[in-house]
Design a protein around this ligand. Structure first.
Ligand SMILES: Nc1nc2c(c(=O)[nH]1)N[C@H]1C(S)=C(S)[C@@H](COP(=O)(O)OP(=O)(O)OC[C@H]3O[C@@H](n4cnc5c(=O)[nH]c(N)nc54)[C@H](O)[C@@H]3O)O[C@H]1N2
Ligand SMILES: Nc1nc2c(c(=O)[nH]1)N[C@H]1C(S)=C(S)[C@@H](COP(=O)(O)OP(=O)(O)OC[C@H]3O[C@@H](n4cnc5c(=O)[nH]c(N)nc54)[C@H](O)[C@@H]3O)O[C@H]1N2
Ligand code: SF4
Ligand SMILES: [Mo]
Length: 685
């Protein structure tokens, strides 16, 4: 039995760690550190990385296409052949197109499939005439991404991870990288602090292991961070701490910004957020005075006022001159190994693969010329609105690698809506909660079972290679798209026999990835940084001399306070928020099938401060009911100082979305996934 070492990228988070899969006869036995290629992880892995081959070998993997035989949601299926599955899907697509038009069909792509596969889902949806295209990452970076695009013309991270080690101040705002990007935290943030003496500030209603280095930890009520950011702008401007030269030379709109924030004093922000005004002043002065790496993630993004918050923070970065040079860091931090793959292949209801808008006639014509078919010119629906329209505007949905019955807000509502679809296809590696509502379930080959491209949070484009055979009849997502296209009579546009051919097409269609060729990436396991217009290292630091806006300047945006859509009241007096555990992944389809993770992180719980616990007669370990206006769940209580008074917090992997709110921001379509009003009571066991 020959052992083969296959270089792979980790299948979980966006840090982009590399290692070897040890493959024996098409089966992965274990993983081994890759010391030969000292890239981002420098030979280190977190518990999920170490366990990454376990879910792949799970006996519960889908192995044959399935057809629903019971009621929708009942989860009763029979096995069918691929030929029959493709025939049924193609007939149904034809019927729905003829009856309602292509705008009744919606597609979801995924953060869990490769760049090449996202590109093909996009191409197939447009070939069928629909722009109803999105992915569950809609709930991920879609506050920060549009905000930074508005100000800087592009939202990706400004600097490589290695620059974090050169920063003087590290601000972690609504982000818990010690658990959600652990190797990045250990190799870059800890090194900056322990080896190079950087200072750390945290803004989070909870404290976690990773916050232990913080010289200052401010704990806002969830959803009120915007007040803090506005007050910081107020301090930096009124105390004249901003970088005058940078503001003068590289930004426009300062006067309007100054006017907009003049009344948002730290004393006002204290009343809204519960954070002492002096602490807000201190953090503002630190950011203005030091070379700052500022990390924001879901505690900041996942709010209906997240867009305004992201604008305020990006303004702050700009006026303090913490951008466009070495030793600073800011930008979106997409969470999954392929979050960027979906975003950069234009997975969105209003985009082309080139990143331009579907409503831009010239841009559309350019892609039509490259693809050879007509592209619809209307803006499609985003994910939450697709769910709202199920059974009305949306009759059919094709979901590749997403588990919206658990990951989208207000799960009970989502499941009721799923029942209204006339036809649902789910392409996944397990029979998920969403797949239980499907008419046809297609078994996909997963990471390690296919070759393809991943893009990490620092914009690093890396290739990962096939190390194992897929179980049963499971097929790679790209091949399923190719075969289905043939059945649909679209074969001439999908003539690919290997992912390399798809990547070559991406090289010629998406300008930012022109140089990320299969050949370059094969020879350079460390990959390249996009934008890479020719084979080579690519662009490590963005905006050194100009921003990506029309005039090259940062367009500062005036921002106003905006209340969260739901606030505590007499009936629901507490703020409820949520977070991730290092050992679980989203809706747990994969992590619960990874024995070493499931064993160490077996249960959910709700964190409650001792003062609140006493008020509600709750002791550590009690079973409690957590309720919001959407529903209620039973969990164990963890009485702990690690969450501030007035706030309760749960990991979201289990039941959280039965409690969240499906209201969205009018422009970004971000839902309120983090801050809702709740009550808690002890339950007799
Ligand atoms: N282990 C693991 N790692 C992951 C993932 C996973 O599921 N598991 N998912 C990946 C993905 S896709 C993503 S997007 C990233 C997300 O990475 P993170 O953003 O780090 O994830 P969360 O734990 O959801 O949220 C971060 C912090 O926000 C805080 N928070 C909650 N509400 C608020 C608020 O209103 N204001 C402030 N300031 N803070 C608040 C929480 O207490 C939490 O500590 O992680 C990626 N990495
Ligand atoms: N309340 C609350 N809700 C949240 C969040 C939160 O912090 N709080 N976070 C949000 C964020 S940031 C995100 S990114 C979303 C994530 O939302 P989802 O993407 O819906 O969540 P996952 O559980 O990652 O679902 C990925 C699916 O892909 C499948 N899969 C894995 N590999 C493959 C493959 O190779 N091919 C195919 N076809 N399928 C595959 C998995 O089995 C799984 O079913 O959730 C969002 N929802
Ligand atoms: S930090 Fe992320 S990419 Fe690295 S081993 Fe852990 S899960 Fe994998
Ligand atoms: Mo995410």
């Amino acid at each position: 039995m020959a052992e083969k070492l296959v270089p792979v990228v980790c299948p979980w988070c966006s840090v982009g760690c590399r290692f070897y899969a040890v493959s024996v006869n098409g089966y992965i036995r274990k993983i081994e550190f890759d010391y030969d290629h000292p890239t981002v992880n420098r030979g280190k892995l977190c518990p999920k990385g170490v366990a990454s081959y376990q879910f792949i070998n799970s006996p519960q993997r889908l192995k044959k296409p399935l057809k629903r035989v019971g009621e929708r949601g009942e989860g009763k299926f029979k096995e069918i052949s691929w030929d029959e599955a493709y025939r049924i899907i193609a007939e149904k697509i034809k019927e729905i197109k003829e009856t309602y038009g292509p705008e009744a069909i919606a597609f979801l792509a995924s953060e869990k499939i490769t760049f090449e596969e996202n590109y093909l889902v996009h191409k197939l949806s447009k070939a069928l005439g629909t722009n109803n295209l999105d992915f569950p990452g809609r709930y991920c970076q879609y506050s920060n991404s549009p905000a930074r695009t508005a100000i800087f013309g592009s939202s990706a991270a400004t600097n490589p991870f290695e620059d974090v080690e050169k920063a003087e101040l590290i601000v972690i705002w609504g982000h818990n990288p010690a658990e959600t990007a652990p190797v990045f935290f250990g190799q870059y943030i800890e090194k900056a602090i322990l080896d190079n003496g950087a200072e750390m500030v945290v803004i989070d209603p909870r404290s976690t292991r990773g916050h232990k280095y913080a010289s200052l930890h401010i704990k806002p009520y969830p959803g009120t961070d915007l007040a803090i950011a506005l007050a910081m702008l107020n301090v930096v401007i009124s105390e004249e701490l901003y970088d005058k030269e940078f503001v003068q030379e590289r930004t426009v709109g300062f006067k309007d910004l100054k006017e907009a924030v003049k009344d948002y004093t730290p004393e006002w922000a204290e009343k809204v957020s519960g954070v002492p005004s002096e602490d807000i002043r201190k953090v503002a002065r630190l950011i203005a005075g030091k070379k700052t790496a500022l990390f924001v993630n879901e505690g900041m993004n996942q709010h209906v006022n997240g867009f305004e918050l992201a604008l305020a923070i990006a303004n702050l970065i700009a006026i303090t001159g913490n951008i466009g040079k070495e030793g600073v860091w800011s930008g979106v931090f997409p969470g999954a190994q392929c979050g960027f793959c979906a975003a950069m292949s234009g997975i969105a209801p209003n985009k082309l693969p080139t990143g331009k808008l579907v409503t831009d006639d010239a841009a559309r014509a350019e892609v039509e010329r490259l693809w050879g078919f007509e592209i619809p010119d209307w803006v499609g629906l985003d994910l939450t609105n697709m769910i709202k329209e199920m059974g009305a505007k949306i009759r059919m949905m094709y979901i590749v690698g997403g588990n919206i019955a658990k990951s989208a807000p207000n799960s009970r509502w989502v499941r009721e809506q799923l029942k209204k679809l006339e036809f649902l296809v789910v392409q996944d590696i397990f029979l998920t909660e969403t797949a239980e509502y499907a008419d046809i379930v297609l078994p996909a080959a997963t990471w390690f079972e296919k070759t393809g491209t991943a893009i990490s949070a620092e914009r690093r484009v890396q290739r990962t290679y096939k190390a194992a055979e897929a179980p049963g009849e499971a097929k790679p997502d790209w091949l399923i798209m190719v075969e289905l296209a043939k059945e649909l009579g679209l074969g001439e546009f999908f003539k690919y026999e290997h992912p390399d051919e798809i990547l070559r097409e991406i090289n010629s269609v998406i300008p930012l990835f022109k140089g990320a060729t299969p050949e370059y990436l094969a020879e350079h396991p460390e990959g390249c940084f996009f934008p890479c217009s020719e084979p080579g290292e690519g662009t490590k630091v963005l905006f050194k001399s100009a921003f990506k806006t029309s005039d090259g300047k940062a367009h500062l945006q005036p921002v106003k306070w905006r209340e969260p859509p739901e606030m505590p009241d007499e009936e629901y007096p507490l703020w409820l928020t949520n977070f991730r555990l290092v050992g679980h992944w989203h809706t747990m389809t994969m992590s619960e099938k990874s024995p070493s993770l499931e064993k160490r992180w077996p249960d959910e719980y709700v964190m409650i401060n001792p003062i609140d616990a006493e008020k509600y007669g709750i002791r550590n370990g009690d079973l409690v009911k957590v309720e919001t206006r959407r529903g209620s769940v039973l969990v164990k209580a963890e009485v702990t100082e690690h969450v501030r008074e007035g706030v309760i917090a749960m990991p979201w992997h289990w039941q959280m979305n039965f409690l969240t709110l499906n209201e969205t921001h009018e422009k970004t379509k971000m839902a309120e996934l983090k801050a809702v009003a709740a009550r808690i009571s002890r339950v007799e066991e």
